[in-house]
Design a protein around this ligand. Structure first.
Ligand code: AMP
Length: 281
């Protein structure tokens, strides 16, 4: 595996592949776990040249969020990616990505979708994501890009961005990788204490209960959302939302809509956990 730390190096590696390779990119913030590696596996199965990126993007963190403390484990990550036969790791510095600083930097915005759900709790977050993903697409020129369904809203926004801005990239969603007890894998699970880790699977369980009610025909969305949020509160979470939404528009669905998706975000100790599941009725 080659490691490119500059845009110039990355572009050179990409350019020599020419047009004969199917190039895939897997953007990450590092501290890799099995969820990230599933994205890499998906990429390797579908592409002939796999690029992984590791960059903790300051633009997508709010001023009071965990940018400074976000887990970083570059040496271990490199070894994992090497073992998976990744062709190039692009791991730029902040200066390399934002040489003139972050304020005043050009910005890619996908209207509306980014204001819902996590966008309401994290203003500006998705602009940071779409901006950095656009930069990665410009730098790596991929044919395909792989994103996790764990971050469904992010995946939806990126698909919309690619479609509306005519980016020649196929965006592939990859199913969520979970711990044995159902907790969605996340770098932020490291923030949980042992006691909180025991409680954490309740987020997935609660979303599953909502999904079961929907599956059985309930259309009382507001009641289901409220009682799920209360359940999370009872076990120690501070929920941002539990929401039943259209999987594509992220808007509240009509009563006969099918499929729908159940989304949840809740704080537990220092961690903010998110999860979502699809429901067909
Ligand atoms: P992150 O490093 O958290 O920015 O995540 C990088 C990519 O990995 C994103 O596309 C995430 O949606 C995806 N990802 C993170 N956790 C999981 C998971 N548990 N299962 C599948 N994909 C994931």
């Amino acid at each position: 595996m080659e490691v490119a730390e500059t845009i110039h190096e990355m572009r050179q590696r990409r350019r020599i592949q020419g047009i004969n390779r199917v190039v895939g990119v897997v953007p990450t913030m590092g501290d890799l776990h099995a969820g990230h590696l599933r994205l890499v596996d998906f990429c390797r199965e579908r592409c002939t040249f796999t690029i992984a990126t590791i960059f903790v993007n300051p633009l997508q963190f709010g001023p009071k969020e965990d940018f400074a403390n976000y887990p970083r484990a570059l040496a271990r990550d490199k070894a994992e990616l090497e073992r998976r036969d990744v062709d190039v790791l692009f791991a730029p510095s902040i200066d390399e990505m934002y040489p003139g600083g972050q304020s005043g930097h050009a910005n890619v915005t996908v209207p509306n979708l980014g204001d819902e759900l996590c966008g309401a709790a994290r203003p500006g977050h998705f602009n940071g994501v779409t901006t950095v993903v656009t930069k990665f697409f410009q730098i790596t020129q991929p044919d395909m890009a792989f994103f996790g369904e764990k971050d469904w809203q992010q995946l939806t926004i990126i698909k919309r961005m690619v479609q509306q801005l005519n980016m020649p990239v196929e965006v592939i969603g990859v199913p969520t990788c979970r711990e044995r007890d159902g907790l969605a894998m996340s770098s932020r699970n490291r923030y949980l204490t042992r006691e909180e880790r025991e409680v954490a699977p309740a987020l997935f369980q609660t979303l599953r209960e909502v999904a079961t009610h929907l599956h059985e025909g309930s259309t009382k969305y507001a009641d289901l959302e409220e009682s799920a949020a209360n359940k999370l509160r009872e076990v120690g979470f501070r929920p941002d939302y539990v929401a039943i939404r259209d999987p594509d528009t992220l808007r509240p669905p009509s009563s006969n809509q099918d499929p729908v998706r159940v989304f949840g975000a809740a704080r537990l100790g220092r961690a903010r956990l998110i999860d979502n599941i699809g429901v067909e009725r």
